[in-house]
Design a protein around this ligand. Structure first.
Ligand SMILES: Cc1ncc(COP(=O)(O)O)c(C=O)c1O
Length: 373
């Protein structure tokens, strides 16, 4: 029988194993040199002044929003085509997500739709760089500046992506990365906030650690803090992965090109647009849009699963999920492009080490699954 092909798999090598072993033997398991080294590598790669490591992308979003000044009752404009954590983080700081529609080609938040959603209580924009492709930063910076809004990037899927010299995470007040096992680099679980604003970073550092600046220091933050710390074991894994960032980005770029070549011309199938001049996509995953048709994506997904081919529904529209479906305040207008895209999106197996033969099989089975209707 042909072996199954997973949707995602982390690429962990000897350097990662050695780095974790070193921490285990050091006796220092939290708030130590590995965390500092990881933060410094993230800041350098993103082209910003500093970084604060945390235990997930979701906690990073929560801290970034709070430290940037988003308060209960504020509205934050965001996309509904993202992982649900994007909107949940806004809710968890007591603010109200307001969904704007997306661009039909890039699937990222559409700046014109976002501008239409700005109201008297709007205080921020939480951009998402979906599947590794940067949103239109220039337009969003202009919108944020002209409307006096706080711009934050959910860059959980876009470490290393770049457009015209600007790296993911460096375009707004703060950017947030996630390091779950399917991400470009992984720490198992983990996240980070990056920013040029040292006061904002200092606030995040305190809030991640119960309101303290360091392990044994006094509690100084006026707000109740959390334990969102990233352990030394996770951070050491991250440092080792960061030394391989360019290799991992290149491997994923080859996979994306391989899929696009194999699938070009497939009737009704929309493939991710290639990078534009000046743009580098650090591909998080490869998501196609199957031809439109009621239930077709789910039937195609079930056929691939039956064939042992991992696949994912990236992403259901957040505004149709339980915490938001009955929340009229999150909808200031219709979201037709989002709804249509969400019904058709299907993520294909995508990880360094995916063989050419496996890609052949995925594409052959995908075409067959679509033809079966
Ligand atoms: C766009 C986006 N935002 C937020 C998150 C949340 O990250 P985490 O799972 O590390 O909490 C993820 C990833 O899972 C994501 O893809």
């Amino acid at each position: 029988m042909t072996p199954p092909i997973p949707l995602a798999r982390p690429d962990i090598g000897p350097a990662e194993r050695a780095a974790v072993q070193t921490v285990l033997e050091s006796g220092r398991l939290s708030l130590g040199p590995a965390l500092e080294a990881f933060e410094s590598a993230l800041a350098t790669t993103s082209g910003v002044a500093g970084a604060v490591g945390v235990n997930s992308g979701t906690s990073g979003l929560q801290l970034a929003l709070e430290a940037a000044g988003i308060r209960p009752g504020d509205e934050v404009i965001t996309t509904s085509l993202s992982f649900v954590a994007t909107a949940n983080a806004i809710r968890r700081v007591g603010a109200q997500p307001v969904f704007a529609d997306i661009d039909p080609v890039t699937l990222n938040l559409d700046p014109r739709s976002a501008a239409e959603r700005v109201g008297p209580r709007t205080r921020g924009i939480l951009l998402v760089h979906l599947f590794g492709r940067l949103a239109d930063m220039a337009s969003f910076r202009e919108l944020a500046d002209s409307a006096g809004l706080i711009l934050i990037e959910d860059a959980c899927e876009a470490l290393g992506s770049e457009r015209d010299g600007l790296r993911a995470g460096a375009g707004g007040r703060a950017g947030v990365f996630g390091f779950y096992a399917n991400k470009l680099i992984t720490t198992g679980e983990g996240g980070a906030i990056v920013s040029d604003d040292m006061a904002l970073l200092e606030r995040c550092r305190r809030l991640r650690n119960h309101g303290r600046t360091g392990g044994g220091e006094p509690f100084v933050d006026p707000a109740p803090g959390f334990n969102f710390r990233l352990s030394e074991l996770h951070a050491a894994l991250g440092v080792a992965q960061m030394t391989r960032l360019e290799e991992l980005i290149a491997a994923r770029a080859r996979l994306a090109a391989g899929y696009s070549e194999r699938l070009s011309g497939a009737a009704g199938l929309d493939l991710p647009a290639p990078a534009e001049p000046g743009e580098r996509i650090a591909w998080f995953t490869y998501v196609v849009r199957v031809p439109p048709g009621p239930g077709l994506r789910d039937r195609v997904a079930a056929r691939l699963t039956a064939d042992g081919i991992g696949n994912g529904h990236y992403f259901p529209a957040i505004h149709q999920l339980p915490p938001y479906a009955k929340d009229p305040a999150s909808r200031r207008g219709p979201l037709p492009v989002t709804a249509a895209a969400a019904d058709r999106c299907l993520a294909l197996p995508f990880f360094p080490g995916l063989s050419e033969a496996s890609m052949d099989r995925v594409c052959e089975r995908l075409r067959a699954a679509i033809s079966a209707g």
